[in-house]
Design a protein. Structure first.
Length: 726
């Protein structure tokens, strides 16, 4: 009876075991290595992916059941190697070794338990088997004697069922032993191919530590070693490594998309992605099409460009934004993008050029808008502004244009010259630099022309000249700050010298217009000469002040034309002044020669009048044009001597009675002219004295003339004339 109860219990357990296994299969599969239960659905999917199964939809359910049977340790078709790849392919060798240890311990425990049970129950079982064999023999003899009917047949059937029940009880012991042998063989295979199964763990460890070069090298060696070899195990190993690398790439791409804008960190990520990209083949979609994982440089570059454009837009959000602040921000952002693409070795790519062009377009757009606002402002807009000079309003407009244009020019100089960027990267910047320079130069030329125009019809030429040079200084201060700033490189200064040269040529044209105005006004020779010297001196001081002398900037022909024009005009007014003065002096000379001689006077008043006229001419020239006073006095002295010689020789017969007096007066004239006359005039005066001495010899004439000149108390009427001339 006890044996019957145990047999029924064993039969019930064996019949209920499949139901329990089917229930557990729907959720999780018990792991033979002692790890946490494995999700049945995921396990089946991984096993089918590893095996590369491809079945029709009608066979899908049956295929899943077959795969689950191969993954279940209690089933007869259990595949230990496929189970390890699908359930524990991501585990390291150490983890699998620990699982094998636990499995061996469990098997040993089951084996010990089985042995104990066998030791207890085996004699009984064997006795039962012997008894059943004996009974079968008796029954066989009874059946032979009684046939197929009766109690013998029923007893034989019961004994057969008992035999099957005993065999079923021992079947589980044999199944456990078989599974242990399969797992042991799988572990032995893993130990033999440790270098193969350890690749996924090594790659994962390298990726977790950020050693991307090491991970790439490990994967590259694995692919090289597996080249030409095909097996489910090797494919599973490579697929796992590929999945690990792909996951690492996805995480890094995510940091590029949404992480902080840290250029150094982005460079490391991009370098890592490029390293991993070199070691793995192109990914393929489920339809077999090659898919791109994305260009890491382009991703981060797009973010940098977007950030740069937003920063520039925020800076320029107000109408009165600071152009210098905007330019500094643009240079910093542009250099940041340029540095990144340079380190990533993508400077020559069209994508990098498009990125730089986009930032440049935003900056140039704001600067152009601000410059155009200043450029298109009307010179005179209101009645209050009409009261001011047009020049003042125009120069204020030029100052604003210069401030905006200089910021853009300095940015162009730094990026194009100091950093030596390719010209095509700065095309928009270069175009606006040229446009700004031309616009400013045209307006400054207009300002110079306005400065040379008199404000009123009756304005004095001297006032117009002073106003012109004052305004020209303002114009060229803007010029020097815009084109010749010391912060510019020599190349940039040389590029701006063309515009500066054009302004210098305009300056010469304006100065020549002042010279022409002096010729037109005809306000007296001395006043005109003073205005001309003011123009000439003003130009010399002006060019020394701005260091334009000898720089080679501007057209040399304009300089020569200006000098020739002012020289001819000066000579014209000199001739006019000296000619007019000499006409009056000749009349006085004729009166002098015709005057009677008085014994009480050693020199006639008419002679003194001539000397005073010469002195007055010199004083007038000195007070008006001191630079030309000496030249004027020398010219008049030379002409006076020639006129005296001509008059004396022509009227010698009439002058013989007064020759002795003329001799002394000629000596006085010679003394007066000795200090300031040219050698030609002094020689002429000496010949004049010789002529008088021939007519009236007088050895004491020179002594008496010197006595007259030195006796200040007696001859006060000659003191001033002789003192001023001598």
């Amino acid at each position: 009876a006890d044996r019957r109860r145990r047999r029924d219990a064993t039969r019930g357990a064996s019949s209920s075991a499949p139901d329990a296994r089917r229930a557990s299969d729907s959720s999780r599969v018990e792991d033979a290595l002692g790890f946490e239960g494995v999700d049945a659905v995921a396990l089946v999917e991984r096993a089918r992916a590893t095996a590369g199964e491809d079945v029709d939809a009608w066979d899908e359910k049956r295929a899943r059941r077959a795969t689950l049977a191969r993954m279940t340790t209690t089933e007869e078709g259990f595949d230990a190697r496929a189970y390890l790849v699908a359930a524990h392919g991501e585990r390291t060798r150490e983890e699998l070794a620990r699982g094998a240890t636990r499995l061996e311990a469990e098997i040993d425990a089951v084996r010990a338990s089985t042995r104990m049970s066998a030791a207890e129950e085996l004699p009984t079982v064997l006795a039962c088997l012997d008894a059943m064999e004996d009974a079968r023999g008796v029954l066989r003899r009874g059946r032979e004697e009684a046939g197929e009917f009766g109690a013998t047949a029923e007893l034989e059937a019961r004994l057969s069922r008992a035999w099957k029940s005993a065999r079923e009880s021992l079947r589980e012991v044999f199944a456990i032993e078989e599974r242990r042998e399969k797992i042991a063989r799988a572990l032995e295979a893993m130990e033999r191919h440790e270098d193969v199964f350890g690749i996924p763990g090594a790659v994962r460890e390298a990726l977790s530590r950020g050693e991307y070069a090491r991970a790439a090298e490990t994967y590259r060696r694995a692919r090289a070693a597996f080249s030409g070899k095909r097996s489910r195990v090797l494919d599973a190993v490579l697929d796992e490594v590929e999945e690990n690398v792909k996951s690492a790439e996805e995480r890094m791409y995510e940091r590029l998309y949404v992480g902080d804008l840290d250029d150094a960190h982005a460079e490391r990520i991009v370098t890592a992605l490029q390293t991993l990209k070199l070691c793995r083949p192109a990914l393929t979609s489920s339809q077999g099409e090659v898919t791109a994982a994305g260009n890491a440089v382009h991703i981060y570059l797009d973010r940098l460009v977007e950030y740069a454009c937003e920063e520039l837009t925020n800076t320029a959000s107000s109408d009165d934004f600071d152009v210098e602040t905007l330019s500094r921000g643009y240079r910093a952002l542009f250099v940041r993008v340029w540095r990144f693409v340079t380190l990533m070795d993508t400077c020559a790519s069209s994508y990098a050029r498009d990125a730089s062009t986009k930032i440049q377009s935003v900056y140039v757009g704001f600067m152009k808008s601000r410059f155009d606002n200043s450029l298109n402002k009307r010179t005179i807009e209101t009645d209050a502004e009409q009261a001011n000079r047009r020049f003042d309003v125009l120069i204020d407009k030029c100052a604003k244009m210069s401030c905006i244009g200089f910021s853009l020019s300095y940015s162009y100089d730094i990026l194009g010259t100091r950093l030596s960027l390719q010209p095509d990267l700065l095309e928009a910047l270069q175009q606006q630099y040229t446009r700004f320079s031309v616009s400013l130069r045209v307006h400054l030329e207009q300002a110079l022309k306005l400065a040379a125009q008199p404000l009123a019809q009756d304005q004095r030429l001297e006032t117009t000249t002073q106003s012109f040079f004052r305004d020209a200084r303002v114009v060229f201060q803007i010029t020097a700050e815009y084109w010749l700033d010391e912060r510019f490189t020599p190349w940039m200064i040389n590029a701006g010298s063309r515009d500066v040269g054009s302004l210098i040529d305009t300056f010469y044209d304006a100065a020549r217009s002042l010279v022409a105005l002096a010729r037109e006004l005809r306000r007296g020779p001395l006043a005109s000469l003073a205005a001309l010297k003011q123009i000439e001196n003003g130009c010399a001081v002006f060019f020394d002040e701005f260091n334009f002398t000898g720089t080679g900037i501007g057209n040399e022909a304009n300089r020569v034309a200006f000098r020739d024009d002012i020289s001819r005009t000066t000579q014209m007014f000199l001739d006019e002044f000296v000619g007019g003065e000499m006409s009056a002096i000749i009349v006085a000379v004729r009166r002098w020669f015709a005057a009677p001689v008085e014994k009480t006077l050693e020199s006639r008043p008419e002679c003194v009048d001539v000397l005073h006229r010469v002195r007055s001419t010199y004083e007038s020239a000195t007070s008006t044009v001191p630079e030309l006073a000496t030249a004027i006095s020398q010219d008049i002295a030379a002409r006076l001597v020639d006129a005296l010689r001509s008059e004396f020789t022509s009227n010698l017969s009439q002058l013989r009675p007064t020759a002795s007096t003329l001799r002394v007066e000629f000596e006085l004239l010679k003394l007066a002219l000795d200090a300031r006359s040219t050698k030609q005039a002094r020689d002429g005066a000496s010949r004049l004295v010789d002529l008088a001495a021939r007519v009236a010899p007088d050895d004491d004439a020179i002594a008496r003339a010197r006595a007259i000149a030195n006796d200040a108390q007696k001859h006060k009427h000659l003191l001033v004339a002789l003192g001023r001339l001598a």
